[in-house]
Design a protein around this ligand. Structure first.
Ligand code: AMP
Ligand code: MG
Length: 343
């Protein structure tokens, strides 16, 4: 395995690996992806094996421009109304952190979609990702580049620590800018459904296309990792995006009034909450206190969420106590990840 900084040369090399049926990790604006040629079923098997990902969990297929959408989607199956919504959404949010579930093109192998007739498709905003996908033939299936169920990777080093030699090349494009996975929106049924909160907030989507059904609720117990157990979307597994250290979530008012515990890291949403917590104790105590965004900026908090959880996990503490974000905008995605990280 080699880590290569993004350059014209390394992009060409990585694209060559993809075209030869290999797998490589690459940066996107959400998290790092583990890519394979979406038309190559053997290469897709390698992605599932490297991640230890169950075969019932379908992949998101990444394209490099809107013109190649029909390589992934069967546009002929779409009603006029669905097309209208599709082009409104892509016109406003692509390239960007929004994945759309639509009827799949027949050339997409069943393993990519876990046997479903639909597939998730996304046009990432990261320029290196776009170039790579173009050089590799235009359709790259890529889940997050981490072991299944573990914390998502937002840097090349997270990928190295999680997957090591299971991947041939890791392209290093720096820290992911959005830092949280894409929003997954299902356009394949009569009423549009939100399957996963992510980088494009639900409020922005509803402003554009009207009300959507929130089907993102945590519906499965952690042990319930059996084929599709009634889930609208496999990303809904209760235990997902999880650190090894046990994590408990608290509302702002709760965490501010917790007693201080030894061997515990406290993750606050903003400085004001941390100061409120500290005001209950003698000031010279050495607490293990962390903050997602000092000013309470939700985008900043989302961008460093996984990076911070990776760091907290490496501390060797017995538990992490984490404060939920305000439940609006990207805060909904942050809270979704924190709740799935908790046990
Ligand atoms: P990841 O690639 O790790 O970000 O996860 C991709 C997620 O997208 C999956 O876990 C599913 O929740 C969702 N997804 C992908 N394809 C479909 C599909 N055809 N129907 C519903 N959800 C999907
Ligand atoms: Mg993932």
């Amino acid at each position: 395995m080699e880590i290569l900084p993004v350059s014209d040369e390394s992009l060409k090399k990585a694209a060559q690996v993809l075209q030869n049926g290999g797998i490589i990790a690459f940066p996107t604006e959400t998290v790092y992806g583990l890519g394979a040629d979406a038309y190559n079923a053997d290469a897709l098997v390698k992605v599932f094996e490297a991640k230890g990902r169950p075969r019932f969990d379908p992949l998101i297929i990444h394209i490099c421009n809107i013109g190649t959408l029909d390589k992934v989607i069967d546009l002929s199956q779409l009603s006029e109304e669905t097309k209208r919504k599709l082009y409104l959404l892509t016109g406003n949010f692509w390239p960007g952190p929004l994945s759309l579930v639509l009827p799949k093109n027949e050339n997409i192998p069943a393993i990519a979609t876990a046997g479903l007739n639909t597939t998730a498709v996304r046009l990432p905003a990261n320029k290196a990702a776009q170039k790579l996908i173009k050089l590799a033939g235009g359709v790259v299936a890529a889940p997050s580049a981490n072991p299944f169920g573990a914390l998502s990777p937002t840097t090349a080093h997270h990928v190295k620590d999680g997957l090591g030699d299971k991947v041939d090349i890791i392209l290093d494009g720096g820290a992911a800018l959005v830092g949280i996975e894409s929003t997954v929106l299902d356009l394949s049924c009569e009423q549009v459904r939100l399957l996963r909160h992510g980088g494009i907030p639900k409020e922005k989507i509803e402003k554009l296309i009207g009300a959507v059904i929130d089907a993102s609720a945590i519906t499965a117990a952690p042990e319930e990792k059996s084929p599709n157990g009634g889930l609208a979307s496999p990303g809904q597994l209760k235990s997902h995006y999880a650190p090894r250290t046990p994590l408990t979530v608290f509302a702002k008012e709760e965490i501010q009034n917790l007693p201080h515990k030894e061997n515990t890291a406290y993750l606050f949403f903003d400085n004001a909450s941390r100061e409120q917590f500290k005001s209950n104790f003698e000031s010279d105590n050495q607490y293990n206190l962390w903050v997602l965004s000092s000013s309470g900026n939700i985008s900043e908090a989302a961008a460093c969420l996984f990076e911070t959880l990776h760091k907290l996990d490496a501390l060797g503490v017995q538990r992490i106590f984490a404060q939920l974000a305000p439940q609006k905008g990207l805060g909904s995605a942050i809270n979704d990840r924190l709740m799935r990280a908790s046990r």
